[in-house]
Design a binder for this molecule. Sequence first.
Ligand code: PHE
Length: 341
Amino acid sequence: MEQQIKSIEQEVRDFTITSNELLENFRLKFISKKGLIPSLFEELKKASPEEKKKLGKELNALKQLAEGKYKSAQEETENTADKPHEEIDLSLPVIPHKLGNQHPLSLTRYRIIEIFERLGFNLADGPEIEDDWHNFTALNFPPNHPAREMQDTFFIEKNPDVLLRTHTSNVQVRLMKKQPPPIRSIMPGRVFRNEAISARAHCFFHQVEGLYIDKNVGFADLKQTLYSFAQEMYGKDIKIRYRPSFFPFTEPSAEIDISCLICKGKGCNLCKHSGWVEIAGSGMVHPNVLRHGNIDPEEYTGFAFGMGIERVTQLLFQVNDLRLYSENDTRFLRQFRPVLS
Ligand code: PHE
């Protein structure tokens, strides 16, 4: 009988089950009531008590082996065999994979950075949550001076010294304190003003600040730097003009306009029929600001400018509503590709 158990065990091991039919054959042959294993159990009844103990153990192991194999084969055939194959139609078009793209404001920012880097400017950064001193006082805004009203500021109620920066000019004095001249940096970033949201205004927007401080930096450098920038950004035909203006931290100060790209100077809605569009504020850094940055105004001079990124983007891509930039509507955002030089 021992021999029989061994040979049936071998048979169980060698039996390959690849279909439901073979699975049933396996069951009938080994496990079913009339199968080989139950008949061995019948025979075992006749054996002597010692033999019963020994052979019973072996027979139980064989039974377990066969039942185990049956169960796992059953699971496998349930999953695969005799099930209708899922139809795969290889001629169907693939589901398009949507790649993201950069936000139009980011595209403009990268382009501005690229142009100024070529002109020798490096990149600097400053905090959006700022103290009064860096945003106003250090920039020559005296306390309670009406010039502070030009920028409707978000203050923190608990601590009136803390505010959301109203312009990227807050980085100017931070930079001066960090490194001695020459300084030639641009500082892009987000700024905040308490303005009613409309197509033309939002409570936050983006600027790029520029600062150049060295010996003998003059207004001509400012003019040529921004003219070169405008030509790189908008093409060689662009016209540029400087209008006298006022900022407490620059003297003299000027607003920078470029000829309207949409109507080419003829007059349209974007340029309010003037033919010109304002893109930046600028001027020669005020001596008091240099002093606050521990720089001697007798030795060094410099220019600064602040450019609105939204405005530049609007001209590049001809978007006429500012709100679109922060609505996260992918139908709008998907339309923009890098502007190549
Ligand atoms: N900070 C000014 C503004 O936000 C722009 C500016 C920057 C003007 C640097 C002069 C020099 O309006």
